[in-house]
Design a protein. Structure first.
Length: 296
C-alpha cells in the first residue's frame, strides 16, 4: 500500500454536467475558485478544463484558460496546475456521408491542441494516449501516434510534464514506446482512466492489470466515475497509486446528495488517512514528480 499519496481534483471537465448540478464551475472565476477550494481541502494538483461562460459547454478558448490560470496563480493558495490537452480530437461522421465530419466534430492539429498550454505554461498537461470509442454514439476521440509524438516533444521542450492518460492497455503500450523513445522525461506520470465508455472497466482487477503494464519507476494515479469514484480511489491507494476525484468524474457525495469539489477532496483525504496514508502537499508533489519548481 502507498503511504504517501498525491490527490488531484478534476474540477469541471467538459461533459454535459452543468445542468445536473449547480456546483459544476463554468466561468473562469468559478473554475479558479474550485481549484483553490480543492487545494484548501488537500488536493496537491488541480486538473482544469474551461467552459463557454454563455453555454456551459466545454471550450478550448486560450483566453479562458489564461484567465482561470492567472486567477489561481494570483491567489495565496499553492496548487499544482494541470491543464487538459484533450480537446480538438472529436470526430463524428456525417449522417449523409460517413466519410465527412458531422455535427459535434472538432478536429485540430497537435500544435493547436497545445496553444493554451504554451500560453499558460502549467506544471502538467494531460496527454490522451490513443483513440477511443467515446459513448454509444458515433462519436470517437482521435489521438494518433504522430499527433501524440509531436505533442510529447513540444511539452518536453517547454518543461511541462505530460500526464499520460490511458483508457486501455493499448494506450499504455504506446505510452511506453514514447518513454523508450526519450519523449517522456522521468518519472513518467500515468493516469489510469476507468469506467469511460468504451475504455477499461472500473474494477480492481482492471486497475491491477493496467498497473502491471506500467514501465519501471512510473508514477501513477487512477480514477473511477460516478458512484465508483471513491471505491476506485481506495483501490488505487491500496495498490500503491495516487488518487483523482472531482466533479469532472462524479457529481455526487453520496446517493442523492450533490457534491462540491472540496467535499470530494475531503472525502478522498479521509479515505487515505483512515487507510494509514498521508496526503502530499503541492511542493511535495512537485518534488515527487520532478516538475518545474521542484526542490533540487
Amino acid at each position: 500500500m502507498k503511504f504517501e499519496t498525491i490527490v488531484t481534483c478534476a474540477v469541471t471537465g467538459a461533459g454535459d454536467t452543468t445542468g445536473k448540478s449547480p456546483h459544476v464551475p463554468v466561468t473562469p472565476r468559478q473554475i479558479a475558485d474550485a481549484a483553490i477550494e480543492a487545494a484548501q481541502a488537500g488536493a496537491a494538483i488541480a486538473h482544469l478544463h474551461v467552459r463557454d461562460p454563455e453555454t456551459g459547454q466545454g471550450s478550448r478558448d486560450v483566453a479562458l484558460f489564461k484567465e482561470a490560470v492567472d486567477l489561481v496563480r494570483a491567489s495565496d493558495t499553492d496548487v499544482v496546475i494541470n491543464l487538459t490537452a484533450g480537446m480538438g480530437g472529436d470526430w463524428a461522421p456525417s449522417p449523409d456521408d460517413p466519410a465527412m465530419p458531422g455535427p459535434g466534430t472538432d478536429m485540430i492539429g497537435p500544435d493547436e491542441r497545445l496553444a493554451h498550454v504554451r500560453e499558460c505554461m502549467p506544471e502538467i498537461c494531460s496527454l490522451d494516449c490513443g483513440t477511443l470509442n467515446f459513448s454509444d454514439t458515433d462519436s470517437i476521440y482521435i489521438s494518433t501516434p504522430p499527433t501524440l509524438r509531436r505533442m510529447a516533444k513540444l511539452v518536453q521542450e517547454w518543461g511541462v510534464k505530460p500526464e499520460l492518460e490511458v483508457f486501455e492497455l493499448g494506450h499504455i503500450r504506446f505510452a511506453r514506446a514514447m518513454v523508450e523513445e526519450g519523449l517522456i522525461d522521468a518519472p513518467p506520470m500515468f493516469q489510469l482512466c476507468l469506467g469511460i465508455p468504451w475504455g477499461a472497466d472500473q474494477t480492481v482487477e482492471t486497475m491491477a492489470a493496467m498497473k502491471a503494464q506500467l514501465p519501471p519507476g512510473a508514477s501513477w494515479a487512477s480514477f473511477g466515475i460516478g458512484r465508483m469514484q471513491m471505491a476506485m480511489a481506495a483501490a488505487s491507494v491500496a495498490l500503491g497509486g495516487n488518487v483523482r476525484v472531482g466533479l469532472e468524474d462524479n457529481i455526487y457525495l453520496e446517493r442523492g446528495v450533490l457534491a462540491t469539489n472540496g467535499q470530494l477532496v475531503t472525502r478522498a483525504v479521509e479515505i487515505i488517512e483512515r487507510m494509514g496514508g498521508r496526503v502530499l502537499s503541492p511542493q511535495e508533489a512537485r518534488n515527487r514528480l520532478n516538475l518545474r519548481g521542484a526542490d533540487k
